[in-house]
Design a protein. Structure first.
Lengths: 511, 433
């Protein structure tokens, strides 16, 4: 077994031990989808409304994936009724075999992630950095929290993303494009990077003379089209497309999720609240917003008291606008060595300005950025901060005291491994000239490695956590329950804004 | 083989770290170091703690099985008794303290630890420790609190002791220069002992405290701090009398050292004073009369049970397939026979340490002693395997095969009683290189 496999095996031990841990309603949602896809005919997958909790709202390839996941169970034990029960019963009623089966299915499908990570790390990195990257990827605490405690299948989806990136970096554009098509047909949240992929592939793959270029363009179009046809074809055949699309793009949801993802809109909401408060004090007549932001699935209008309303179209335009520097760069000079950074930036834009973003979406750029983080000290420093913020912003997902030590330990281990790895990676004078000033202090301690600003920010993070855990319950008791969560959102949003800005600057700098 | 060869984080990187050092220019990931640096020690310790927390998510022994439940209920019951009755009554059958229901059968330090934990739990969840009405009390919150008392004991006693030992081991260069050496790796071997983790954090016991004191004592012996060693080892015995398995090794090594000095009698007296002083402190509430001391002692040595319990991989149990020991001998002569064989088994290392005490010899002597007791002594519990495992883990760098084999066979025995943990057991099992 190679290095990557060892690291993966250790992670798998942790995952197996996490089987009895807390799981969110997403567990029951996925179990229901698994039952739905194996019991009902394909034509009814997207129109079934028997369970109001969990209509299938992932693209068809994910539905097929769920269908396949049920096969080993049916092969082993006839028709396992507990697993394949289409019902609306309470989510916590999963029996132990069902729990183990589904938990293990997440751990096993993570093999795709392992494959992609090993492929990337072994092809492009020297041994010392390879291990660091593998640790960052395979022992990602955020991924463990979301997939193996909260319960989702991000591991294999991100594996496909990494595979696509590794193909692109090697210049195998067709395979990269194909993998990305598979990815967006599995989870359409990845659609954010589609403009970038389009521009990059158009300029990098479809090059040469006009005949050659159009031939390549048609090849790529045919390949991607084939994936889409395989995914959506059956539903088109059954006349279900309208139903599928309405499930995939439910714009009836609000701008923000119940727990605000730490992005740009947090500041917008807070500014609105502050302004309306101030104006009310000054004697202006402000109509109070009908819906509160603490509820997630609210209508998308009349939420703001003072500031202009935000519609899905505005967020879409903002995302494209924020992404445009990177699109222009990719158009002018498509280079495989920058593609990972660009894709990560595209996902960051989607996260920062998108409509109804979940905090889990920050995985989409923290994972690819791990590959970039070992390039130089600046990247390492940025990644150190970003991955801590990203992981910390997922803490509210696990609220039971039982999981509290787990999430804290996961983040602590991750931070200390990053610190050990990065400081030993850049202690030797291999970093380029610009970072020379920091070399002397890099070995001194955390302060030296991340700088004064980063240290203060991370200490503040600790303060936010202490406030939420100790001081807030002490001062307010059970009152104002949203305040600690709001603090986390705002504080992490500041870190995310910094990360977005830093990435933008980095992209503009390198030509 | 491949399936069981999973290791902790530093270990995983170890093999590759060695290959990497040969390449000039590449900065090695600092795992394979002779020194234990604070960051690596913290990383290993945090991972070991994470594994403990994860194991503690599972069920404990006797969960939801009245009337006697299991070791979890025993510990909870001791907290209840020690919290609500005076110290003099802890080992006595009274109306409040029915000794037939999980009577306290460990030395006073265990009782004090129970009081300390009881005070913590009582502050937030008093109903879980109410006198007599709380028997068999089970709730999610009380399970969490109880689990956290084990975790904190582990963190406060076993972890510092293990780090101290590894530090001393490399400071004194105990293993010599020949072996492939890595301080984080040794620390991981000691901290990630799957049997200990499963018994303490799965099954539910506090072995980490007595074993932690023992490791501390061993490290103190290695760093020539004999007084601290005597005191720590006395504490270990006073937490669980099973620590006496190591007593001959400590006795012979320290005696051998004293004999080699200028003033042997005086040195021995000083050590004896430390031991007696520690014992006196711990036993203080019972020292007012002979009867009360005997009362406690009788609770500690339950000779009325048979020579072995149901499944113990020791000599008497395994040979009883062929020779029916229980039928041939009376309890009394069986006691004598097991005493003689035990002494014969540890005698060689005893004499060796007496004549020429050495660091490495001491560690092997600990192993020899604890194995002798485990294999041949009277009334062995299967969890006593934790005692021989401790010196085996300390010697992991020198005897990787021994430690690996033991772990492999024994953990499968232990895990048979924990259906939920069996799977994880198989994977956290880690024979070394």
């Amino acid at each position: 077994m190679g290095e990557a496999e060892w690291l993966w095996a250790v992670a798998t031990c942790v995952k197996v031990l996490l089987i009895p841990a807390y799981r969110s309603t997403d567990f029951e949602v996925h179990r229901h989808w698994l039952a739905l896809t194996s019991v009902l005919p394909l034509a009814r997958w997207y129109s079934d409304a028997s369970a109001p909790c969990c209509p299938l709202d992932y693209p068809p390839l994910f539905a097929y994936f769920q269908r396949i996941l049920a096969l080993p169970a049916t092969a082993l034990g006839g028709r396992p009724s507990a697993l394949l029960r289409v019902s609306t019963s309470s989510p916590s009623s999963a029996s132990l075999p069902v729990l183990i089966y589904l938990r293990l299915s997440v751990a096993i499908t993570d093999l795709v992630f392992l494959l992609a990570a090993a492929r990337l790390a072994h092809r492009r990195l020297p041994p010392a950095r390879r291990r660091l990257v593998l640790i960052l990827l395979l022992w990602s605490p955020a991924l463990l929290i979301v997939d193996h405690i909260h319960f989702q299948y991000n591991g294999y989806l991100l594996g496909i993303l990494l595979l696509s990136l590794s193909f692109l970096e090697e210049g195998k554009d067709l395979a990269g494009g194909l993998a990305f098509a598979v990815l967006i047909c599995s989870k359409h949240l990845f659609l954010v990077a589609a403009p970038l992929y389009f521009v990059y592939l158009l300029r990098h793959y479809c090059r040469g003379g006009s005949w050659e270029a159009s031939k390549r363009f048609l090849t790529m179009g045919a390949a991607v089209g084939a994936v889409f046809a395989a995914a959506f074809g059956p539903f088109l055949y059954y006349g279900q497309m309208q139903q599928v699309l309405s499930r995939l793009f439910p714009f009836g949801r609000g701008l923000c999720h119940a727990y605000w993802a730490p992005n740009f809109w947090v500041f917008y909401i807070v500014l609105d609240k502050v302004l309306s408060f101030v104006l009310l004090k000054l004697g202006f007549d402000i109509p109070a917003p009908k819906a509160s932001f603490t509820g997630g699935l609210v209508g998308n209008f009349s939420q703001f008291a003072v500031l202009p309303q935000v519609t899905p179209l505005i967020t879409f335009l903002l995302v494209i606008f924020a992404m445009s520097p990177c699109l222009i760069k990719a158009f002018q000079k498509p280079q495989p060595k920058h593609i990972t950074r660009w894709v990560a930036y595209a996902f960051t834009c989607g996260f920062m300005f998108g409509w109804h973003v979940h905090e889990k979406a920050s995985l989409h750029f923290t994972i690819p950025l791990a590959l970039v983080s070992v390039n130089n000290l600046d990247d390492a420093r940025h990644y150190f901060l970003l991955s801590i913020v990203s992981c910390y912003s997922m803490f509210p997902l696990l609220f039971d005291p039982q999981e509290y030590p787990i999430k804290v330990l996961l983040l602590a281990i991750h931070s200390i491994l990053m610190w050990i790895g990065f400081s030993s990676c850049f202690r030797v004078g291999v970093a380029p000239g610009g970072t020379k000033t920091n070399n002397s202090s890099a070995s001194n301690g955390k302060q030296g490695f991340i700088g004064k600003f980063g240290t203060i920010y991370l200490l503040g993070l600790l303060g936010v956590e202490l406030w939420g855990q100790l001081l807030h319950p002490h001062i307010f008791g059970s009152g104002l329950p949203f305040l600690p969560l709001m603090l986390i959102s705002i504080y992490c949003a500041a870190g995310m804004m910094y990360s977005w800005f830093w990435q933008l600057r980095q992209i503009l700098k390198c030509s | 083989m491949a399936k069981t060869r999973t290791r902790g984080p530093p270990a995983t990187a170890l093999a590759a770290a060695a290959e990497e050092e040969q390449q000039p220019g590449a900065a090695p990931f600092p795992w394979s170091t002779m020194r234990l640096t604070p960051p690596t020690a913290v990383a290993v310790a945090l991972f070991a703690l994470l594994v403990r927390v994860l194991v503690s998510l599972g069920s404990y022994s006797g969960q939801g099985t009245p009337p006697m439940y299991g070791d979890y209920e025993a510990q909870r019951h001791w907290m209840e008794i020690t919290l609500h009755t005076p110290a003099a009554e802890w080992y006595r059958n009274t109306t409040a303290n029915d000794l037939a229901y999980w009577g306290l059968d460990y030395p006073p330090l265990t009782a004090y630890q129970s009081v300390a934990h009881a005070l913590l739990i009582n502050a937030s969840l008093p109903q879980s420790l109410a006198l007599s009405s709380s028997r068999g009390f089970e709730s999610h919150q009380s399970k969490l609190m109880m689990r956290w008392t084990v975790l904190s004991s582990d963190l406060l006693v076993f972890f510092p002791a293990a780090i101290y030992f590894v530090w001393v081991y490399f400071q004194r260069n105990v293993g010599g220069d020949g072996e492939e050496r890595s301080a984080p790796w040794l620390l991981a071997m000691i901290l990630l002992n799957p049997c200990l983790i499963l018994v303490d954090h799965g099954h539910f016991q506090y072995n980490c405290i007595s074993l932690g004191f023992t490791i501390g004592a061993i490290a103190a012996v290695l760093s020539q701090n004999d007084f601290a060693a005597s005191a720590l080892f006395s504490l270990a015995i006073n937490h669980k009398q099973m620590s006496l398995y190591f007593a001959p090794a400590f006795f012979s090594h320290l005696l051998g050292k004293c004999l080699g000095r200028k003033n042997p009698i005086f040195e021995i007296m000083k050590l004896g004073f430390v031991v007696i002083g520690t014992f006196a402190l711990v036993w203080w509430p019972y020292l007012y009369s002979i009867e009360s001391v005997m009362e406690v002692l009788n609770r500690l040595a339950p000779f009325e049970r048979g020579i072995f319990e149901d499944y113990v991989a020791n000599f008497w149990c395994s040979t009883s397939v062929v020779i029916k020991w229980k039928r041939i001998f009376t309890i009394h002569s069986m006691k004598f026979l097991s005493l003689i064989t035990t002494i014969l088994a540890f005698l060689p290392s005893f004499v060796q340490q007496l004549k020429a005490p050495s660091d490495q010899g001491f560690l092997y002597s600990l192993l020899n002693n604890s194995f002798s007791f485990y294999l041949f002594s009277y009334q062995v519990h299967e969890k006593s395997i934790l005692l021989p495992l401790l010196p085996a883990s300390l010697l992991a760098l020198q005897e990787p095969l021994l430690f690996g084999m033991e772990q492999f066979f024994l953990s499968s025995v232990l895990s048979s009683s924990h259906p939920m943990e069996t799977m994880s057991q198989r994977q956290t099992n880690y024979p070394p290189n």
